[in-house]
Every structure is written in C-alpha cells, then in structure tokens.
Design a protein around this ligand. Sequence first.
Ligand code: ZN
Ligand code: ZN
Length: 301
Amino acid sequence: MLAVADRSDWKRWIPHVPFWGVHVAAVIGAIAVGWSWAAFAWLLGTYLVRMFAITAGYHRYFAHRTFKTSRVFQFVLALLAMSSAQQGVLWWAAHHRNHHKYSDEPQDTHSPRQRGFWYSHFGWVLDRQHHVTHIDRIKDFAKYPELRWLDRHDLFIAFAWGALLFFIGGWTALFWGHFVSLVAAWHITFCINSLAHVWGSRRYGTEDDSRNNPVLAVLTLGEGWHNNHHHYQRSARQGFFWWEIDVTYYVLKVLEKLHIVSDVEGVPQHIRDDEQKPARMRLENAAIVALVAPSRSADPR
Ligand SMILES: [Zn+2]
Ligand SMILES: [Zn+2]
C-alpha cells in the first residue's frame, strides 16, 4: 500500500515539469535572443491578442454568454485563446462556471479563502484532480464537434501556435511572442482568481470576496473589475462606469458595429446602482449559472 501511495504522490509533480519548463524556456530564450523593438512588438502584439481572446472568448462568451456571434467567429475566438495554453476552451469555461456557482465556498476550485493564495493562483491548475473537462457544465458549447476537437488537442494547438510564430518571425517571435507572452498571460489571468479576490475595493455586497482593482483591469483588458462582474455576470461590460477602463468591452462594441458579434449585453442602471441589495443579485446570477435563462440561447447566429 505504501508503494502505491508513494507512486501516486510522485505523479502529482508531473504537471509541474511543462509548467515550470515554459518559465525557464521564456527566461533563457529571452536572454539569448535579447531585447529589441521587434521583441517588444511581438510581446505586446501576441499578449493583446491572447488576452482579448481569453477575456472576450473564454470568459465573456463561452463561460457567460454575454454576447452572440457566428459559429465561425466562436471557433476563431477559441483558437486564438488556446494559443495561451490555458487548457481547452470547454475545460476553461466549465471550471469558470463552477467558480461562480460556488464562489469562495468549499466547492470553489480556486478560492484564496479556501486553499490559500498560491493554490488559487496556479496550484489548482497543476492539480491533476482538476484536469478533467466537466462536459455537463458546458453542454451548450460541447455540442459543437469543432470545439470538442479543440478542447481535446489543447497541447497540439499551443505547440502549433509556437511553430507558426517561429515560422513567421524566427527566434524573436518564438521566445518573446510565444514563451514570454505566454508566461505573462498565464500569471496575469491567474491574478483574477487569486489577487482579484484579495486586493482591491468592494462596491457591491456579494457573498464572495471579489474585488475591483484598476491595475488588474488595465493588465487584463477589463477583467479587474471583478466585484462588478460577480455582482452581475450577464453583462459583457465589466467596467460599469466610464472611468472603469474595459478594453475588451470597447473592442466588442467595435466588433458589434462591424456585425461580427451582436447582442452585447450592457449593465442596466438599476443594477449598476444597486449597491445594497445582494440578495436579489444572487437570484439573478444563480439563474445565469444554472443556464436557465431561456432568452439567452447559446446558438450562434
Ligand atoms: Zn466570470
Ligand atoms: Zn471570481
């Protein structure tokens, strides 16, 4: 029995190898290639595309269905987001729905309140018990075979992005545009699960510990308004006021003008101003999490 326990304990560390390996590759590669304006352009360009695809695609579309789009563009969003190697589109959205259903309760997969800061930041991602895609939580998108294919081949997609960038821009594109950008996108995305539940202000009396944090909002293209988001998840807009910068929402509004997306949900004023009535918001959010809002079909146009 002891031998079995030891072996399973050893297996726990397997996911750490590629995770920390990418960190090491990013540092060594960046030093070897060196800094240049081309490196800066690759880093910034790929970071912005990835982060937009994560926030607009994985989060606001696949997890929350806050706007509509075509079947082609939903595939494009998923494909772009998967360049960031945050596992598959269905895996990501299913875990995120679980986070909203049990925010900071014991069943929450990544709650600083329950398991500590570092587990909520990246420990849970490396925890093999969370590597399964819970299809039952994401049936509305799992019905598309192309999304299921992407979800199954997450590593291949991330490698393919690396190969494509290398083909286009050589070593500078590979190390700055893929590896360094990847590590930055990882940790800044992870900050929403960790820091955005411990650092910042709370406008709304949600039952979780979510915070609004302008620094994270800038870095994540709008996701830092996390207390707003936990207060009202139906909105594609997370910066509820004009001074709350939400780049993802601005881009979505431009895409709406171009007829690439539609039905981009805003924030009703009574909800925005509803700082003292968490009970009603809990009911609204529970309905969204349970996916029982019949007016919000997940079907592409
Ligand atoms: Zn969310
Ligand atoms: Zn949260």
